[in-house]
Design a protein around this ligand. Structure first.
Ligand code: PHE
Length: 453
């Protein structure tokens, strides 16, 4: 440890940054969670609301995080501290609250994320022929909450630590430049496959033909407004917002010229991949008599394997699908770990390799708990995605909208010329008023104040 400035490293290329940020965004949220919540809420209308939330809350927060990182040039806490200095004690208070919670979120989310990713590793190996392929329910039952998941959880943590220890350019950028194109290729192949095996047109109708009655009315005719709030909450989980992942990646950017454009590209990539994953999964579901789109969290780990079993080439399809899931989870996990590691390196001046190993070990240790206990897994998932991320998003919106100088706030828009001025004004109104109000609504709903959940 020394007080000498640490060499921070950074993304070597713009495409490298875009792939890393997209890698963070595209994860279990897109391929596991988005399809199952869409299934539960009945399809098209939910998708429409979700797209609306991505545009109204996701995009403005994405820009806010990236510009905070780029202008702050440090980890999430350091960047916020630096940029809110002019706001006095309020700035410091928000920085510590948001920065501290962001690092804690990265730590807690990765602890159970790696468990779910570990199941996907096991499934991929089983489809590759290394383990017997049991019926979906049995295979899942033998892992879910069981010691048997530990080796795979451990293996996945080692993969993540290895990449982060190798640095931003040498590890994260390099890994994502390989993983993301492969992910896109696998998804493309799966789409062609279901195009041949059938179900694609029903799947398309299910996802893109809004049926608002189904969204807003439960079977008994009661209103289900929590669907809207669920879509809002998922919008920032899927874009990796609310916990400083995009602040941290933004801090490794060499210029702010392309921040607005790249933020939009990342959001579009994330959305397209979620939609295509949904198309593929529901095509498999609809090509089987009696299979249910609303199967919940078991959709990917229980329902799908059951359906693969009697599809032509189902084993290859299953293998490709779970490799896709592992790649998506891996490039997200490294961003979760990087938030913690950047904090240890920038704010606490630790060596990167030591930080990656130490944080990885501690997160792995905590992960043994959700690996062995299904209620611990639920608890960690609920605390982080339902409370900490929305609160973090709220804090970041407040910091970006109210505590940054105009110069810092609008830096990314200036590169765009006259149209940038208009966009900057629109963004400022949204991040100051619209985003905080909507996010506050999510939190109040989760707390049960609005009668939801
Ligand atoms: N966006 C990731 C996903 O969809 C999850 C994630 C959340 C990653 C927050 C980083 C930070 O799976």
């Amino acid at each position: 440890m020394s007080d000498a400035p640490q060499p921070r490293g950074g993304f070597a290329t713009r495409i490298g940054f875009v792939l890393a940020a997209a890698g963070s965004a595209v994860g279990l949220g897109n391929i596991w969670k988005f399809p199952y919540i869409t299934g539960e809420y009945g399809g098209g209308a939910f998708v429409l609301v979700y797209l609306f939330c991505i545009a109204l809350v996701g995009l403005p927060l994405m820009y806010a995080e990236l510009i905070i990182g780029r202008r702050g040039g440090s980890d999430v806490l350091g960047s916020l501290r630096k940029l809110t200095q002019s706001s006095g004690p309020a700035g410091a208070a928000v920085s510590y609250a948001v920065g501290g919670m962001a690092v804690a979120s990265g730590f807690l989310i990765l602890s159970f994320y790696a468990v779910v990713a570990g199941w996907a590793v096991y499934y991929a190996l089983a489809y590759a022929g290394l383990f017997p392929l049991e019926a979906g329910g049995d295979m899942f039952g033998s892992l879910y909450g069981k010691n048997k998941s530990l080796p795979w959880h451990t293996f996945f943590m080692v993969l993540s630590v290895g990449v982060v220890a190798a640095g931003v350019n040498g590890g994260i950028e390099r890994a994502c430049k390989v993983l993301m194109p492969m992910l896109a290729a696998i998804l493309g192949i799966l789409l062609v496959y279901v195009g041949v095996t059938g179900g694609l047109s029903e799947s398309f109708t299910f996802l893109f033909k809004p049926d608002f009655d189904r969204l807003l009315r439960a079977e008994d005719g009661g209103l289900k407004p929590d669907a809207i709030l669920e879509a809002l909450g998922h919008a920032f989980f899927t874009l990796s917002l609310g916990m400083g992942a995009m602040v941290t990646y933004g801090s490794y950017l060499k210029s702010e010229v392309a921040v607005v454009r790249d933020g939009i590209i990342v959001a579009i990539l994330d959305t397209v991949i979620a939609l295509v994953a949904g198309l593929v999964i529901f095509a498999v579901v609809f090509s089987h008599e009696g299979a249910e789109p609303g199967a919940g969290p078991g959709l990917v780990f229980v329902t799908l394997p059951g359906l693969f079993a009697d599809m032509p080439g189902g084993q290859v399809f299953g293998f490709a699908f779970f490799v896709l899931l592992v790649f998506a989870a891996w490039s997200s996990a490294i961003s979760l770990l990087e938030v913690v590691v950047a904090f240890l390196v920038d704010s606490l001046k630790l060596d990167r390799k030591m930080a990656a190993l130490g944080a990885g070990f501690a997160i792995w240790g905590l992960g043994i708990w959700p690996a062995r206990s299904t209620s611990a897994l639920d608890l960690l998932d609920n605390i982080t995605t339902k409370y900490m991320l929305p609160l973090g998003g709220l804090g970041i919106a407040i910091a970006a909208g109210w505590l940054l100088t105009k110069e810092d706030r609008e830096a990314g828009f200036r590169a765009l010329g006259p149209i940038g001025d208009v966009l900057a004004k629109g963004w400022t109104v949204i991040i100051r008023f619209v985003t905080p109000v909507l996010v506050a609504l999510v939190i109040l709903n989760k707390l049960g104040v609005l009668g939801g959940e």
